[in-house]
Design a binder for this molecule. Structure first.
Ligand code: PRP
Ligand code: URA
Length: 212
């Protein structure tokens, strides 16, 4: 399937490729899995925040007054439960003053449709730079639903960060949310008949939390 999303950014950093291999390996235990998710998230956070704007501020060094900078915008991280939680600590390491909202969605394994169970986001989310976090972009149902919710909350500035994407999910987001940039660590081949990404890494939530 050809990728037609103009806003799709695949990060091909060598350290990301090394860590994606650790995630794919079925012998990787949850502790090592979480550590690799965190390292990849750090690199994605640096890439995404490259676009952030700054305001000038006065600062006094031990020697003299000078000009410094602070981020112009508030940042809100929004992990999709459960698997998105694994990406939060890496992003917070890079953007420590970010707020964190949560969206609870679970795919119905029969229909593959997302089922909502929890929403909690900061009141000022509409004025913030939002980063939606979910390691897996499979059919795109979950991330599309999460982005719809954020749009309803008035969010105008949003990007989606994921670890592994399937062409089917990218296509869905290019139809439902073409304006949302997708930052991704691996682009995989296809979905299987149960909606799992091939070659993929299996069920990201189960592998993160050891619930296999
Ligand atoms: C996984 C993953 C995404 C979703 C992706 O969550 O974290 O949210 O599947 O699939 P989609 O693109 O086809 O919607 P899952 O529903 O398994 O919930 P979990 O994180 O609680 O395990
Ligand atoms: N959700 C996962 O966790 N893994 C997949 O491959 C697809 C959806």
């Amino acid at each position: 399937m050809k990728i037609t999303h103009n806003n799709f950014f695949l990060n091909e950093h060598p350290l990301i490729k090394k860590d994606i291999t650790i995630l794919r390996d079925k012998h990787t235990n949850p502790e090592i899995f979480r550590a690799a998710v965190k390292r990849i998230s750090l690199i994605l956070a640096v890439e995404i925040s490259k676009k952030y704007h700054l305001t000038k501020i006065d600062v006094e060094s031990p020697l003299e007054k000078t000009i410094g900078f602070q981020l112009k915008q508030n940042v809100v991280l929004v992990p999709v439960l459960r698997a998105g939680l694994g990406m939060v600590s890496g992003f917070l390491e890079v953007i420590p003053d970010a707020k964190v909202g949560h969206i609870g969605l679970q795919r119905n394994e029969e229909t593959l449709e997302p089922v909502e169970y929890y929403y909690k986001t900061p009141k000022d989310i509409h004025n913030s730079s939002v980063i939606l976090l979910d390691p897996m972009l499979a059919t795109g149902g979950s991330s599309s639903e999460a982005l719809k919710y954020l749009r309803k909350r008035g969010v105008k500035n949003c990007v989606f960060a994921c670890l592994v994407a399937a062409p089917e999910g990218i296509k869905k987001l290019s139809i439902d949310h073409a304006e949302i940039p997708i930052f991704c660590a691996a682009l995989d081949r296809q979905l299987n008949e149960r909606g799992y990404i091939l070659p993929g890494l299996g069920d990201a939530g189960d592998r993160t939390f050891g619930t296999l």
